[in-house]
Design a protein around this ligand. Structure first.
Ligand code: ATP
Length: 298
């Protein structure tokens, strides 16, 4: 079921379009990474979905409700990039307050604080929290009431690798329970393995929206095939016959487009026992991102 539907969303700032005809849908349980350079329009799109900024054109629908309506607000949870809480309150008090505001009287603050790793700090004032701890508290607030849609703006900025890992694990659990998750991010490598679809905004236009594999195939980006040979002579022979690059030990590296891949593998299987192992590395998100950004710039 579609949770979020943006249709031809356009936003002008003065006469300058900061969002141009953006159409994107997010079904329940999906994790979508929203990527783009500084100023590409990510925050503007998120603010539009929250109903905090008026559209110049197009429409947005959240579970059948208009952005900013009571029903939409009840369905959406938001984690801003620079999350700010009342410094004099404790983590537990803040979470209780948000749960009460959301009408979630039965909300188990202790369990959620535990889930985000804040049990020990639960009764300390927010002013003593590090950036990472505030971010974790922000995520705890997102978990109140099982939202239909979670909008996360740069959720891992300022977090150490372990905290990032924990945060994506929690996002994964949220999505597994059916929440649609839209994550605006600059951190390409970390969203690569942890989201289901990649959407790229460039200068207010949506230039890509698909799985990483489909986008890579559509762009014709090349994969790398690492071939291990049974010995150095065999590796030399494989490199000579395939045009591959001879690398250290008894390995050969070949690059191929999506269309060439199966032919390459058939060719390699012709070497029989001279080939002892094959690894294929698909193009990564950074390469893809560069491709779609460049393509649009031309
Ligand atoms: N309140 C505002 N008034 C005028 N222009 C604005 C306002 N907010 C954003 N903009 C402009 O809208 C465009 C999109 O900005 P937006 O903040 O949505 O980008 P972003 O992709 O979120 O960038 P970043 O990655 O830096 O957060 C930019 O050109 C920005 O200068």
């Amino acid at each position: 079921m579609t949770v979020l539907r943006c249709e031809n969303v356009t936003k002008l700032r003065g006469k300058t379009p900061v969002l141009s005809d953006v159409s994107i849908t997010v079904p329940e349980g999906a994790r979508i990474a929203l990527l783009g350079h500084n100023g590409a329009g990510k925050s503007t799109l998120i603010k539009s979905i929250l109903g905090l900024t008026r559209l110049s054109g197009g429409r947005i629908d959240i579970c059948g409700h208009a952005p900013g309506s009571d029903a939409a607000r009840a369905a959406v949870a938001y984690l801003p990039e620079a999350v700010a809480f009342q410094a004099a309150l404790t983590g537990r008090e803040v979470l209780r307050m948000f749960a009460d505001l959301a009408g979630e009287r039965g909300f188990d603050t202790g369990a959620v604080l535990d889930r985000v790793g804040l049990t020990e700090a639960a009764d300390r004032r927010i002013k003593t929290y590090s950036k990472g701890m505030r971010q974790r508290l922000g995520l705890a607030q997102v978990l109140i009431g099982q939202p239909r849609l979670a909008l996360l703006d740069e959720p891992t900025s300022g977090l150490d690798p372990v905290s990032r890992h924990d945060l994506y694990a929690i996002i994964g659990e949220l999505a597994a329970r059916g929440t649609a998750v839209l994550i605006a991010s600059h951190a390409l490598t970390e969203v690569e393995a942890r989201t289901d679809r990649i959407a790229i905004l460039r200068k207010g236009q949506l230039v890509a929206d698909d799985t990483l594999a489909n986008l890579a195939a559509a762009a014709g980006l090349r994969s790398t095939i690492h071939v291990r040979a049974s010995g150095t002579q065999e590796a030399d022979q494989i490199a000579a016959q395939t045009g591959g690059a001879r690398i250290n030990g008894s390995s050969v590296e070949l690059v191929c487009t999506p269309h060439q891949k199966m032919d390459r593998l058939r060719q390699l299987s012709g070497f029989g026992a001279d080939v002892t192992d094959i690894d294929i590395t698909p193009p990564g998100l950074e390469e893809l991102y560069r491709h779609y950004s460049k393509e649009e710039a031309q």
